[in-house]
Design a protein. Structure first.
Length: 185
């Protein structure tokens, strides 16, 4: 039979285990609300929560009374959870929400700083691109207009003659090729 001191120590360990399980549940509850988990996420989160809570309670019971489960252990677990939810839950939920809010604000600030640094670093390159794009665009338009006019000019000067010569060569070559001969020839 265990001494009264060991039983009180085991009861205290069970009580602390119940409070720790309540603490973990509140943390999970706030995290689930912050991340807006849907049905599948909630199911997965519940499984993870119960695995973690079971492992935590088991570890604390091993420390408290070498894992011996007696009725006062269940009473201690229940009283610990009730005590936590009655006196500490509201404050802890507010604290968890504040924690997630601060993490979110720090994240938003970090993203804004990184984007600002990116803009500062890329500004000279963007400026060079803007400065070069207008003259190059203007030159490109001039080159296209000049190309069209030169094409028309070349066609008028030599293109008609070349086209006539090519057509004559095609007709002469077609007479030489036997499979292209007409039936009457």
């Amino acid at each position: 039979m265990e001494s009264l001191g060991n039983q009180i120590y085991a009861f205290a360990a069970a009580f602390v285990s119940g409070m720790a399980a309540g603490f973990c549940y509140d943390y999970y509850r706030v995290a689930r609300g912050v991340f807006r988990l849907r049905k599948m996420g909630t199911c997965l989160g519940d499984i993870i929560f119960w695995l973690v809570a079971t492992a935590l309670v088991f570890y604390l019971l091993l420390l408290g009374n070498w894992g011996v489960v007696r009725p006062y252990v269940f009473i201690g677990l229940g009283l610990g959870a009730i005590t936590y939810f009655q006196f500490f839950s509201g404050g802890m939920i507010r604290l968890f929400r504040l924690k997630f809010y601060l993490i979110h604000q720090i994240w938003v600030f970090t993203v804004k700083v990184v984007l600002l640094l990116w803009r500062v670093v890329t500004f000279p390159f963007r400026l060079v691109i803007i400065i070069l794009s207008y003259p190059l665009g203007f030159l490109g338009g001039l080159i296209k207009k000049t190309q069209r006019k030169l094409k028309v000019l070349f066609y008028n000067l030599a293109g008609r003659r070349v086209e006539k010569a090519v057509n004559r060569m095609k007709s002469k070559l077609s007479r030489l090729v036997f499979w292209k001969r007409k039936k009457g020839e």
